[in-house]
Design a protein. Structure first.
Length: 546
């Protein structure tokens, strides 16, 4: 209804699972990493929990798309079943013919065991994914534990992934389920988005819905959406959608704080429209927010468990920073707006300690990813796109992305494009290894290798890197249709004007001038590098940056 009014091609905050709107925060990526790690665990349980609407289904969908081809997957999405019904459902999902006595637990388990043994003999792995697992009864959970006893002398035959609401963690903490809890090999709790993540989430969905549409939320409205939604993606969608509808009904092209509160009251209940917290409450919110951000950062960056003394020191540092934030906010003016409070939080947040430094070329090779396909999939996640095992450039085309490769452009190309990319490193024997370039300054590169980030001096990187650089980019819609030359020229004209090169000079001359100004090889043609750099300079791209 309101989409054309704001310049959107479709409503940006629909709760329908449209993959084009997929946004994965660092938390979601880490949750996905835990699930993928569980596939390598050789049996047992993997646990993913989160609040309603936190994005568990999004992570689950990405996980299922990345399950290797050698895995047989059974997906149960309605687990409020008896033991017999669950076993029947599992057999059905795996394609196991119903045994003669289909209502017998023993007959069903025997049939499942035969299937698992046959799959193991063929080199296949069986994975059972149960969504909404908080609905499982204690006796069903116990039966699932017994299923993990199905094994050979070498390994467990069944990997079980449980996805559910926070009550699932409480259930597994019961004494009677201690045996099951001890078999959980990986677990992750998906929390709410931070203020900055909420802003990025909203920005991403708006950019997908209307790349050229104006930003509709003022700063106070954005802060209020985060506060009222609690940073839960589904609630963000509900509040933002109703706020845009309310602004449209009033004929306003800008959403203010009052409109957000009215919209939230309609979709979340009357309590949602309560006045903004007083200064002291803002201070406590800031303190808690700093602690959450600090804890979340460490959960992503830490390579393994930290020593107890280090954890204590980090906790004290975070608490001190939180106290400073609380004091700063408590002394702020009574008329301070929500955005200014967010600014104080950002200023008071502790600076993360430096990433691990790797200054030995062989150590870098040892840490790098041996599989190019895995590295491409990890790179796609930075674009909030999950791809399976197929050819990566073909897979990402469904999400409107294309691959770009530079055989020997080295750092100049990476600096010019200023986006994460895939580097091909060479071991001493010439075999390839892979790392993602996610940060770059004058002396060091920040690399992501096997989901860990580390710093590498450029001199060390140069010993094992020959300058190969590859990345994804979003080709303009007007460019994808080669027959629509008029639309392509109109898009190029607008972008050049936004980059400070308006008409009436011929289009080719303006492209040439832009290329010279940006340090690109000048030829007057709008190739991939020119288009990527032009969108970045014009401020119309929504792609990740170094």
């Amino acid at each position: 209804m309101y989409a054309p009014f704001f310049g959107f091609g479709k409503e940006p905050f629909s709760i329908a699972p449209d993959p084009r709107f997929l946004y994965m925060s660092d938390q979601h990526r880490e949750a996905l990493a835990h699930l993928l790690y569980g596939l390598e665990g050789g049996g047992g349980f993997v646990l993913l929990t989160g609040e309603i609407g936190a994005g568990k289904t999004t992570v689950c969908r990405c996980f299922l798309e990345q399950v290797p081809a050698h895995c047989a997957v059974a997906y149960v999405f309605h687990p409020k079943l008896t033991v017999v019904e669950l076993l029947q459902t599992i057999c059905s999902e795996f394609g196991i013919p119903a045994p003669a006595h289909a209502d017998s637990v023993k007959a069903l388990v025997d049939a499942l065991n035969d299937f698992l043994l046959a799959a193991h003999a063929q080199g296949r792995q069986a994975v059972l994914v149960i969504d909404e697992a908080q609905a499982l009864s204690a006796d069903v959970l116990e039966q699932l534990r017994l299923l993990t006893n199905l094994e050979t002398s070498e390994r467990k035959l069944l990997q079980i992934v449980l996805i559910g609401q926070p009550e699932l963690r409480q259930m597994l903490a019961r004494p009677e389920l201690e045996q099951l809890a001890q078999r959980v090999i990986a677990r992750y709790h998906l929390g709410a988005l931070s203020f900055e993540e909420t802003r990025q989430y909203i920005r991403h969905r708006l950019a997908v819905a209307g790349p050229n549409a104006a930003w509709p939320f003022d700063a106070a409205a954005l802060a209020r959406i985060h506060a009222l939604s609690g940073g839960v993606p589904r609630r963000i969608n509900l509040v933002a959608d109703r706020a845009l509808l309310g602004a449209y009904a009033q004929g306003l092209n800008r959403v203010d704080r009052r409109t957000v509160e009215r919209g939230a009251a309609e979709v979340l209940g009357g309590a949602a429209a309560a006045p903004a917290p007083p200064r002291l409450a803002w201070a406590w919110a800031a303190a808690i927010g700093v602690l959450i951000v600090a804890a979340g950062w460490w959960s992503w960056q830490r390579p393994a468990a930290l020593p107890a003394a280090r954890v204590t020191a980090l906790a004290r540092g975070a608490a001190a920073s939180a106290a400073s934030a609380a004091a700063a906010l408590a002394s702020a003016s009574a008329t301070a707006s929500a955005p200014s409070a967010a600014a104080v939080i950002a200023k008071a947040a502790p600076t993360p300690p430096p990433l691990p430094l790797v200054d030995d070329a062989q150590a870098l090779i040892g840490a790098a990813e041996p599989s190019g396909a895995v590295a491409w999939r990890e790179l796609a996640l930075l674009w909030n796109v999950a791809i399976g095992e197929g050819e990566p450039c073909t897979a990402v085309a469904q999400a409107g992305l294309a691959c770009f490769r530079s055989a020997g452009g080295g750092l100049p190309v990476a600096r010019t494009l200023a986006r994460p990319g895939l580097l091909t490193l060479r071991a001493a024997d010439g075999s390839p290894r892979y790392a993602l370039l996610v940060g770059l300054d004058a002396a060091q590169a920040t690399l992501q290798v096997q989901r860990r980030r580390l710093r590498v001096p450029l001199a060390t990187l140069a010993q094992v890197w020959r300058g190969d650089y590859a990345t994804y980019w979003r080709e303009p819609a007007a460019w994808r249709d080669a027959a629509d030359a008029v639309a392509a020229r109109a898009w190029l004209d607008r972008e050049l004007a936004a980059a400070g090169l308006p008409g009436p000079r011929p289009l080719r001359d303006r492209v040439w001038a832009f290329q010279i100004a940006q340090g690109l090889p000048p030829d007057g043609r709008a190739g991939p590098m020119t288009l990527m750099r032009l969108a970045r300079v014009a401020g119309t791209d929504d792609e990740p940056s170094l």
